[in-house]
Design a protein around this ligand. Structure first.
Ligand SMILES: *Cc1c(COP(=O)(O)O)cnc(C)c1O
Length: 385
């Protein structure tokens, strides 16, 4: 099976992890700060807080922004469940905004309409979480304008998008958001096995996220209620969790950062090749947002169902049978049983639901050979004929 995504691990990556195993620190040593500096430097953000997953990063981001009971977080239904669950961890409520049928990212038009209604009802969101689907930035400039107008904060879920750009700057610089979150799960652009990171330009948010990721405990005297009792002293000043990244993970991540641009270039080449060679098929190919340069985590096609004989479901299973590891990103979150139990239902977000009825992610990753890519293309031609 040609998978839809795969990590790329070099001998240097392996050596770096083994070196850590032989060193004094397996956790809370010098490598995590070194990795954080590499990420912060790459995206031009003053702060990067490394944690053990993007899910944890979303949680500490919500906590740092003060999300709590009675507050609302809005996100897109076409995302992984974690983009919405982070609100529930904080005992806040979740709602969704339908997608733009072209870019498949959160629709700014739908957002504006929903904000107007919410403003009248006195139910404005505290946080909006745009997700950069497949690696392509959402329309952040306009979302940030709406943020200023309606007073909400913004967390970019850039789990797919490290290495991508928006309006000439790397995603993660937080020019149009309070916090940006990355994932380093193996299928994502770079990996630390499990891992994530939150970047911000705000010193105070960085402090709060660090506290939340490590028990709410600090050794920094400036954050304490009184001078330290002695050299042993630490204080718990907030409720936190243990979301720390290990030194092993950070060593892998630090090495992977060196090859990030190479990875994105390789993905881009494969995306360009698909776009050239699939253009004649009854498919809608990825549409780029103005000003966005995708990191190409995913190459999502949408079947033109009125022009093909096979159903979406059959096309999907035929491709799997042909050894092509297609996938579907994502089942609309509001249709998950857990969310339906809160009252969401079919029909709530029609564009997201229409997307789900015909979307498919086809294999894209740096190690995908031309021969393997040609097999994917031939299988698609065969199934869609
Ligand atoms: C992968 C992913 C997450 C969660 O990332 P983890 O690092 O696995 O916790 C969150 N949001 C999106 C959009 C993702 O793709």
């Amino acid at each position: 099976m040609i998978p839809y995504g795969r990590q790329d691990i070099s001998q240097e990556d392996i050596d770096a992890v083994v070196d850590v195993l032989r060193s004094d620190f397996l956790t809370q040593g010098p490598t995590v700060p070194k990795f954080e500096e590499a990420v912060a430097g790459y995206v031009s953000a003053p702060h990067a807080v490394a944690v053990n997953s993007a899910t944890s990063a979303l949680h500490v981001a919500c906590l740092a922004l003060g999300l709590g009971p009675g507050d609302w977080l809005w996100t897109t239904p076409i995302t992984f469940v974690a983009s919405a669950n982070c609100a529930l961890y904080c005992n806040a409520s979740v709602d969704f905004v339908d997608i733009d049928p072209l870019t498949c990212n959160i629709s700014v038009t739908a957002l504006e309409t929903k904000l107007k209604a919410a403003s009248l009802a006195g139910r404005l969101p505290k946080i909006v979480v745009p997700v950069h689907l497949g690696g392509q930035s959402a329309d952040m400039q306009r979302i940030a304008e709406l943020g200023r107008e309606y007073g909400f904060r913004i967390i970019e879920d850039a789990s797919h998008a490290i290495g991508g750009s928006y309006l000439g700057a790397k995603v993660g610089g937080c020019r149009y958001s309070d916090i940006t979150v990355f994932s380093f799960h193996p299928v994502k652009i770079i990996t630390t096995a499990e891992g994530g990171c939150a970047t911000t330009c705000d010193d105070d948010l960085a402090v709060r996220m660090r506290l939340a990721a490590s028990h709410g405990v600090t050794r920094d005297p400036t954050l304490m209620t009184h001078a330290p009792d002695g050299d042993w002293y630490y204080q718990q000043v907030a409720l936190g969790y243990n979301y720390r990244m290990t030194e092993l993970q950070a060593a892998l991540g630090f090495q992977q950062m060196k090859r990030l641009d190479q990875f994105v270039d390789a993905r881009t080449e494969r995306a360009v090749r698909y776009s050239e060679r699939l253009v004649h098929l009854p498919l809608d190919l990825p549409v780029m947002q103005d000003g966005a340069v995708s990191a190409w985590h995913l190459y999502i096609i949408r079947l033109q169902l009125d022009r093909i004989a096979a159903s979406h479901k059959d096309a999907f299973s035929d491709l799997r049978k042909a050894g092509i590891g297609v996938n579907l990103h994502y089942i609309p979150v509001h249709l998950q049983p857990f969310y339906r139990a809160m009252g969401f239902k079919l029909g709530d977000f029609p564009d997201a639901e229409a997307y789900y009825r015909r979307a498919m992610s086809i294999p894209i990753y740096p190690g995908l050979t031309e021969a393997a890519q040609d097999r994917v293309i031939a299988a698609l031609e065969n199934v869609l004929r």
